[in-house]
Ligand binder design. Structure first.
Ligand code: SF4
Length: 203
């Protein structure tokens, strides 16, 4: 938590944090209410104390950067306490892009929406109406089937070549879809004749 007084000038801030000059005493920063780097390192170490470190791979894209997943086990079960780049990975040598670096927030996040939210037709704002999962699946199925039925092209106009394409559907994956989810989405879409598929790994 930043406890810097509003009156503290930018120059003073830079000087005390060592950006403006080297060799700043921790007590000076502590006096301003800052968490020092030393304290931050200790906190990070405490978080990992007793944790099991497991080498893994970032779930998002085909680069396959290496990660280390730290987990702890207690009477409530196993929980992930940290995910960071794996310096032993020959692919990424410890680096992760911003998306991969945020993987922990995907795995451990109390803010995720866990219910299906529906925006009513012609609504002018997001009214956050909750609907049952089965009702949402039925409605999606109904609309996808309708769009496919109405826009399916069996043979290419002009040449008569067999193409079997659902030309009215485009698939765009969510940014947090992992490789396995994207694999399944691609399979389902191709099964329906959809050829315009993007998994949004690079957006
Ligand atoms: S999403 Fe980023 S961190 Fe993950 S594998 Fe791809 S490049 Fe690496």
């Amino acid at each position: 938590m930043c406890g810097m007084s509003i009156a503290t000038s930018r120059r003073e801030f830079l000087r005390l944090t060592g950006i403006g000059s080297a060799g700043v005493a921790a007590s000076q920063l502590a006096g301003l209410g800052f968490n020092t780097a030393f304290a931050a390192q200790r906190a990070a170490r405490r978080k990992l104390e007793g944790a099991k470190q497991t080498a893994s791979i970032c779930p998002y894209c085909a680069v396959g950067c290496g990660t280390i997943v730290a987990s702890k086990h207690d009477n409530k079960g196993t929980r992930i306490v940290n995910i960071e780049g794996n310096p032993d990975s020959p692919i990424s040598t410890g680096s992760l892009c911003p998306k991969g670096a945020a993987t922990f927030q995907l795995a451990v996040n109390d803010l995720r929406v866990t219910k299906v939210m529906r925006r009513k037709p012609f609504a002018t704002d997001w009214d956050r109406e909750e609907i049952p999962y089965d009702a949402a699946m039925d409605r999606i199925t109904e609309l996808v089937a309708k769009a496919r039925e109405e826009t399916f092209v069996e043979r290419e106009p002009g040449t008569g070549k067999l193409i079997n394409q659902a030309t009215g559907i485009f698939a765009l994956g969510g940014a947090t879809n992992d490789n396995e989810e994207n694999y399944l989405i691609a399979k389902v879409m191709r099964m329906m004749g959809v050829v315009r598929i993007e998994n949004q790994a690079r957006i």
